[in-house]
Design a protein around this ligand. Structure first.
Ligand code: ZN
Length: 90
């Protein structure tokens, strides 16, 4: 199983920019059926246009440490998520 078509462009772009997949998991959270976690924070620059033409995708940030903090994109149609940490973690 791979990331859905709505999010694959973002994932591809991140990999191209040097980001790396650290984890892939399914059904870990009730509102996500498939998730990809990246090593570096996702680049949000220049993505506003992309979000505007893709109403199924929303951007989110989670700063609640009870859950895995991070930020990323969520596809409402497929319940897929792509996320990375909030900040660079050196
Ligand atoms: Zn999708």
């Amino acid at each position: 199983m791979g990331i859905c078509v709505h999010l694959e462009d973002i994932l591809e772009e991140e990999i191209k920019e040097g980001n790396k997949v650290t984890r892939e998991y399914e059904d870990e959270w009730t509102n996500e059926s498939y998730s990809v976690r990246l090593k570096r924070p996702l680049n949000k620059n220049n993505r506003d246009d992309y979000l505007a033409i893709s109403p199924t995708i929303s951007y989110w940030e989670n700063k609640d440490s009870h859950y895995m903090p991070g930020k990323g994109y969520y596809c409402k149609t497929c319940k897929h998520t792509i996320s990375g940490p909030l900040y660079f973690d050196y």
